[in-house]
Write a protein of this length. Structure first.
Length: 378
């Protein structure tokens, strides 16, 4: 296995990042790389970028997701490898994820005896967008015989070679919330003759938070906050509309559905009380990413039997961030692992710089685990 070639691939991807659903050259590069290795790259039918490739034979298939898009961030010029594009950077490690996906295909092409079935690698565009690419990929005709799907996500400032396994939730759901409050409007000199919509919106924000906290089970984690409020244009006019935007995050998809109903019900009751109208919308809704119990157990057993117990970390608290990998879990069982990325900085920041040494142990470990999954009779 030529690890230097994979490092070179990662460097290229890092220097030439592309934003969500604009990964045209990235897709072309993946296709050209695979063609050089005599592996066929298939374009998606429902998307203009991204695609998939598989290796091996037989009816039993495991999939691996590699996201390929970058973020609108200007990278620090102090890094050893820097994006060539202003305000576009692989600030979430997707250049590494793509390289790992390619590395798995290359590894099995050189070691076909390890593959008692098929590995199908999905190079997904638009993970950073909302709605993201996964919602389109699940509509592709590529899910026949797939027993499960795996993915990894880099975790900066965690030692390379370490794997973080969550039994249960890994990432939270993320639902965007848009609530339009409408009233008659009027002059600020006569608030008693109309509805003071700004004052009412303030009451709404405070009361809906208290209502959700009161109605939810205290053992359930939720994060609900407004990030935007818009209404009014000048000092002496009471506006007739105010638009609130926020997000709701949970670690349980049943809790999510319950909270969405509570938000709808509260908004209508509040509107009747204050003689206004409330229009509630959820423009985007990504479920929580929850690991399959069987795959989680198998990975833990695999690490222990491989003498890698010291490389396996089991954090107590999942992230309240979100990943559209969750949509694949509505299709097939899945496992979402975090891998040590070393380096410095934080995800989604200009100062993120990961350790290229993470590629080799990640490819080796995931290849061995995939081989173990395909070699079982279940």
């Amino acid at each position: 296995m030529n690890w230097a070639e994979l490092n070179s691939i990662q460097n290229y991807l890092h220097i030439h990042p592309e934003l969500s659903f604009q990964e045209f050259k990235t897709s072309q590069f993946i296709e050209q790389t695979l063609k050089r290795w005599d592996i066929v790259f298939h374009r998606f039918k429902n998307l203009s970028t991204g695609g998939w490739a598989e290796i091996g034979s037989g009816k039993k298939v495991y999939a691996f997701r590699a996201d390929i898009d970058a973020l609108p961030i200007s990278e620090s010029k102090e890094h050893s490898v820097v994006s060539a594009k202003d305000n576009i950077m692989h600030a979430c490690g997707h250049d590494y994820h793509t390289t790992i996906g390619l590395g798995l295909l290359k590894y099995f092409s050189e070691n076909p005896e390890m593959l008692k079935g098929k590995l199908r690698v999905i190079f997904q565009p638009g993970e950073e967008a909302a709605p993201g690419g996964a919602e389109k990929v699940v509509q592709e005709n590529i899910w026949h015989n797939v027993k499960g799907i795996l993915t990894v996500h880099v975790k900066p400032q965690t030692e390379t070679g370490k794997f973080l396994l969550y039994h249960g939730p890994v990432q939270a759901s993320s639902t965007s919330i848009q609530i339009k409050l409408s009233g008659p409007g009027g002059h600020t000199s006569k608030p008693s003759e109309t509805v003071d919509l700004i004052q009412v919106a303030g009451q709404f924000i405070v009361q809906i938070q208290a209502y959700l906290n009161q109605r939810k089970d205290p053992r359930d984690s939720i994060a609900f906050a407004f990030g935007s409020i818009h209404g009014g244009s000048t000092h002496n006019i009471i506006p007739d509309q105010i638009l609130l935007r926020g997000t709701l995050r949970t670690l349980d998809n049943q809790v999510l559905e319950s909270c969405l109903k509570l938000i709808r019900d509260f908004s209508q009751t509040f509107a009747r009380l204050y003689r206004i109208e409330a229009e509630v919308q959820f423009p985007t809704n990504c479920p929580a990413t929850i690991n399959d119990p069987d795959l989680s157990r198998k990975f833990e057993d695999f690490m222990l039997k491989s003498g890698r117990d010291k490389d396996l970390l089991k954090p107590a608290k999942p992230s309240m961030g979100a990943d559209d990998f969750a949509f694949y879990l509505q299709k097939v069982p899945g496992l979402y692992l975090l891998v040590g990325g070393g380096g410095k900085g934080h995800l989604h920041s200009a100062n993120l710089e990961l350790d290229p040494g993470l590629i080799k142990p990640t490819v080796q470990t995931m290849a061995a685990f995939i081989s173990s999954l395909l070699n079982t009779n279940v």
